[in-house]
Design a protein around this ligand. Structure first.
Ligand code: ATP
Ligand code: MG
Length: 450
């Protein structure tokens, strides 16, 4: 027998038993984004390689080491997107959206590809929820964007995630900072990792984002950008802090936060947790006022963030957060023998037409085996169809949770099942109300949470 081909390293299968967790996160992030006025945009999985080199930057880990670049015969070079911003901005420019009213707010949920060393919270194919806001230079826009990220974290009921912010200035003030950094790291040139030796020449700020322990140690005493900000950049950063204060969002200033991508200007931020190991950054973003121009668009300020869905799920599982109930079978119809199968199919068709999730026997199983199967798939109701039921047109439906049996008229199955189903939901309503009350209470307690 041939061997089994395994999935590529750093990729994941999401099985039906886990899908409700993904759907919970997907639904909540999308709903919060819409609440904040963001609208969905969809972009290709691969782009011209040049797009990422030009935007993400050729001194970044992503471009230097992590890109999946593919060529088809006779084609030019394409790269599987390592992030969403470059493609989203390309789409906005290419489709003439920059001519429309500002601010513009876009969001997307997509897979990204980076050739990294796989570990918990670090995959080669991972999923990002991303938001981009275009047109506003005001720190109020930065605060609005950060508020969306915070509200997503709150809505998912995730605890112990801290917001860190910094300003990395504009190219003008950063030039002076680069000089100071170069001077500082020059003393330790021999101790730096090879990549950082190169960065020392091209982009010394990147060294602050290096993951090597030795370089991290050296970075501890390096000069900080906040001491080099020009008046405008300083006022912008003060404005952001004030705006976050007004919103009651807790944050810490981390003067060494620089972020992994080259296109950022002024505000950068990260939401970090210590609960899922080394890969604790669940959301990272910032302002990129020069990116649109850099990609050939009419200059416009912009900002955005990316949130790693796998890391969000890791925390939610660790903290036992609530997930939406998985979809289960509403009704299992068990025909006693092959003669009763037609009636089962007919009834299933009618109810499926009403949107009820119905299954019936496709395996020719005995009644006993069918009941075992119905239990296994978590069927809410079971209806047994024997010769007698088919002949009389009446059958019993059993509520599997309560054991209660109700006789229904098969001629009228749509209405009869709806009534049964609604009654069962009403009985459960008490629980539902408790969950909702708890949710509202948490929301009140959570105001200004850190
Ligand atoms: P890190 O410092 O952890 O490598 P990054 O700075 O490379 O992160 P971004 O490019 O800002 O990350 O991506 C935004 C978010 O996407 C991150 O905060 C993280 O949650 C998630 N992310 C990034 N790379 C991966 C990966 N390889 N696997 C899973 N999630 C990832
Ligand atoms: Mg990275």
């Amino acid at each position: 027998m041939a061997g089994i081909i395994q999935r590529p390293k750093g990729t994941m299968d999401v099985l039906p038993s886990e899908i409700n967790k993904w759907k919970t996160v997907e639904e909540i992030v999308e709903r919060q984004a819409e609440v904040f006025g963001f609208r969905e945009i969809r972009i290709p999985t691969f782009e011209d390689t040049g797009l990422f080199v030009r935007s993400v930057g050729d001194t970044t880990d992503v471009v230097q080491k992590e890109m999946y670049t593919v060529t088809a015969t006779g084609d030019s070079s394409f790269t599987l997107r390592p992030e969403g911003t470059a493609g989203a901005i390309r789409a906005v420019i290419e489709n003439g959206l920059l001519n429309e009213a500002f601010p513009q707010k876009y969001y997307y949920l997509l897979s990204c590809f980076r050739h990294e060393k796989p570990q918990a919270g670090r995959l080669r194919e991972f999923h990002q929820f991303g938001c981009e806001m275009i047109g506003s230079p005001s720190p109020a826009a930065d605060a609005d964007l950060i508020a969306l990220a915070q509200s997503i974290i709150d809505s998912l009921e995730i605890k112990n995630v801290k917001l860190y912010i910094n300003s990395i200035g504009c190219p003008e003030c950063r030039a002076k900072y680069h000089e100071a950094l170069k001077k500082y790291f020059e003393q330790y040139r021999d101790k730096l990792c090879d990549t950082c030796k190169e960065r020392l020449e091209k982009n010394p700020m990147r060294i602050l984002d290096c993951k090597s322990d030795e370089d991290k140690k050296l970075a501890k005493n390096a000069p900080v950008i906040l001491d080099y900000l020009c008046d405008d950049c300083r006022a912008h950063f003060d404005g952001l802090r004030r705006a976050l204060g007004v919103m009651g969002i807790n944050f810490k200033v981390d003067p060494r936060l620089v972020r992994g991508l080259d296109y950022y200007t002024r505000t950068v931020f990260e939401f970090i947790t210590t609960e899922i190991g080394a890969q604790g950054t669940v959301c990272g973003g910032g302002r990129y006022d020069r990116l649109i121009e850099q990609l050939g668009g009419k200059p416009a300020p912009a900002l955005g963030f990316g949130m790693g869905i796998e890391r969000i799920l890791l925390i939610m599982q660790k903290q036992n957060c609530n997930f939406f109930e998985p979809t289960t079978c509403d009704l299992y119809i068990a025909p006693m023998n092959e003669n009763c199968l037609d009636e089962a199919v007919r009834t299933a068709n009618i109810l499926r037409g009403d949107g009820v999730s119905v299954e019936y026997d496709l395996m020719g199983r005995s009644l006993k085996a069918q009941m075992k199967y119905a239990d296994k798939i978590g069927a809410a109701f079971v209806m047994v169809l024997g010769e007698e039921e088919v002949e009389s047109g009446f059958a019993k439906i059993k509520n599997m949770a309560t054991g209660k049996q109700t006789e229904v008229d098969l001629e009228n199955i749509s209405e009869e099942f709806e009534e049964l189903f609604c009654n069962a939901i009403m009985e459960k309503d008490e629980d539902f109300r408790k969950i909702e009350e708890n949710f509202l209470k948490n929301r009140k307690n959570g105001e200004g949470r850190s």
